[in-house]
Design a protein around this ligand. Sequence first.
Ligand SMILES: [Zn+2]
Length: 116
Amino acid sequence: MATIKASCPSCGDVELTAAQVRLVVCTVADWSYYSFTCDQCTDEVRKPAGAEVVSLLRTGGVKVERWTVPAEALEEHDGPAIAYDDVLDFALWLERAENPVAALTALRPGARTTVR
Ligand SMILES: [Zn+2]
C-alpha cells in the first residue's frame, strides 16, 4: 500500500495510508479539498486539492468523493437580504390572498411585481 506524505500545520510531516485521506472533488474546482485526522494532535487537517494533488492522491489509491454544488448556490443576488419583517409581510399576504398559487406563478425572475 502506498504511503502518502502530507503535513499537519502543528506537527509537521505525517505519513498516511490511502484510507486515512478523504478526497472531495467539487464541481467548483477551487472548492476541492483533501482532509485527514492527524495521528499526533488529532486535529482534522483540510487543504485545497488542485488538479495535480487530486491526480497524485488518486494514484495513491485515495477514493474520490464527488461534490456537486447546485447551480442555485452559485447565483449572484442583488438587493437587500430578506429580513424578518419581509417574511411576516409575506405570511400576512398569504393569509389574505384569494389565489396565492396563481399570483406566485405569475412571478418571473427580473420582473417587477408588487405583492399586496
Ligand atoms: Zn498534527
